[in-house]
Design a protein around this ligand. Structure first.
Ligand code: SF4
Length: 84
């Protein structure tokens, strides 16, 4: 199984893998989360972006976008003109 060179997790995540990561973030205390509309909009933008790979990952930062987009202070790393 291919693994991410940066973090060591699987390159291709199942829906269950992603849901588990999202649940863990949601259950953490002190994490500020994006509201539901903002989260949905961010993921829509990512899903139409040429840097989005494997249905989960931004090829610029290597983050799982279902997680990064959930963070209120998360930012798109697209150079010079972040998409969200
Ligand atoms: S975070 Fe930005 S650059 Fe990365 S996939 Fe989403 S829209 Fe594209």
């Amino acid at each position: 199984m291919a693994k991410c060179k940066r973090c060591g997790i699987k390159t291709i995540l199942s829906e269950a893998d992603i849901e588990k990561m999202v649940s863990e973030i949601r259950s953490m205390k002190g994490i500020r989360l994006a509201d539901a509309d903002e989260y949905r909009q961010r993921l829509e933008i990512c899903r139409s972006c040429e840097k989005f790979e494997y249905g989960s990952t931004c090829s610029l930062c290597g983050c799982v976008m279902q997680v990064r987009a959930l963070l209120r202070d998360g930012r798109c790393p697209y150079p010079h003109r972040p998409k969200w």
